[in-house]
Design a protein around this ligand. Structure first.
Ligand code: PLP
Length: 338
């Protein structure tokens, strides 16, 4: 239960990969990659899409095409872009991040307005804002569509671009019962991962207008991300979009059962309202995080810390209802002994 990136490609996904029609994607001649890009552009109702190696690269390109060196990007203080992408925007784009603390990862329109710098020779220029949906560090919280629309409108009124880090955008769409198009309409560019709950072995997509995607493609080449017969990976992505999206609801149901069970265990503090998708984050008392994780591991349950005092469990394809019951048994045992 460490993370959904551990999801393994199913036998049928592997078959789709083995049978993929291939070409050289740097020449734009891989028919399977081209199909994946067409399908996803359409799915998100954007002009174009680009297949990239990872969510980190999708976000990096999304930021590089929306902000220039010396400009500022507004991001949630607990966002993946700010905390977990090796400082790429700064290192490679000279982009400064303005972190904003939010409740649950949902940035209020007033917070967006306040973070946009006024025109003044002392200040960096604000170029863009990024919203994370679902929000990883905040426990997989999905943005309600009206909140996203309002924050995005505020950004647009302020003349800045919007990038959505939608690593788990399909989880978000299921949680708030909307179409991913509605989220994408709130953004200039959006990236999502095929390699998490959707189960592809690698790959992410960046969608946006033609001009920005063309620019992103140039950056992708510069960064060494121009790859050749990657239709083998794109085929996994196409398979995932056809067969792995609706089943994410099962992961959400398993996460909910898991969270309800955990909340009953003494020494565990968990906000049930935060468990909206496939992530379950909780605080533990009476035992150190490292000690807790160690004891769980001895019993065959692996998870990771989320910050210094918290633990994160993740449900995904390959983790079923029985596994959830086993995890609850392990945690009661470990907490009982603490
Ligand atoms: C996983 C994740 C990413 C990055 O994806 P990688 O494919 O691991 O580089 C970006 N944003 C969020 C919110 C994530 O959870």
């Amino acid at each position: 239960m460490r993370t959904d990136t551990l999801t393994m490609p199913s036998p049928d996904m592997r078959r789709a990969m083995a049978n993929a029609e291939l070409g050289d994607d740097v020449f734009g001649e891989d028919p399977t990659v081209n199909r994946l890009q067409d399908v996803t552009a359409d799915m998100f109702d954007k002009e174009a899409a680009l297949f990239v190696s990872s969510g980190t690269m999708g976000n990096l390109l999304g930021l590089l095409v929306n902000a220039r060196s010396g400009e500022e990007l507004i991001a949630d203080a607990d966002s993946h872009v700010f905390l977990a992408e090796a400082g790429g925007a700064a290192a490679l784009g000279g982009i400064q991040i303005m972190p904003v603390r939010t409740e649950g990862g949902i940035m209020e329109p007033e917070q967006v307005a306040q973070a946009i710098r006024p025109e003044d020779q002392h200040y960096p220029r604000t170029a863009a804002v990024t919203f994370e949906n679902t929000h990883n560090r905040h426990g997989g919280i999905a943005w309600p569509l009206p909140a996203l629309r309002a924050a995005s409108q505020q950004a647009r009124d302020g003349g800045i671009a919007v990038h959505i880090d939608g690593a788990r955008i399909f989880n978000a769409a299921i949680a708030v019962r909307t179409d991913v198009k509605d989220f994408a309409a709130c953004a200039d560019t959006l990236t999502f991962c095929l390699s998490k709950g959707l189960g592809a072995p690698a790959g992410s997509i960046l969608v946006g207008p033609h001009a920005k995607i063309a620019e992103a493609k140039r950056w992708r080449k510069m960064l060494g991300g121009g790859m050749r017969q990657i239709g083998v990976l794109a085929a996994a992505g196409l398979y995932a979009l056809d067969h792995m999206v609706d089943r994410l609801a099962e992961d959400h149901a398993n996460a909910k059962t898991l969270a309800e069970g955990l909340a009953e265990i003494k020494g565990i503090k968990l906000d049930l309202w935060r468990v909206q998708t496939n992530l379950v984050i909780f605080d533990i008392n009476g035992i150190s995080t490292a000690g807790f994780l160690d004891e769980c591991k001895k019993r065959g349950l692996r998870a990771d810390a989320n910050g210094r005092t918290r633990v994160r469990f993740v449900t995904r394809y390959g983790i079923d209802a029985e596994d959830v019951q086993y995890a609850l048994k392990v945690v009661s045992e470990v907490m009982g002994a603490a």
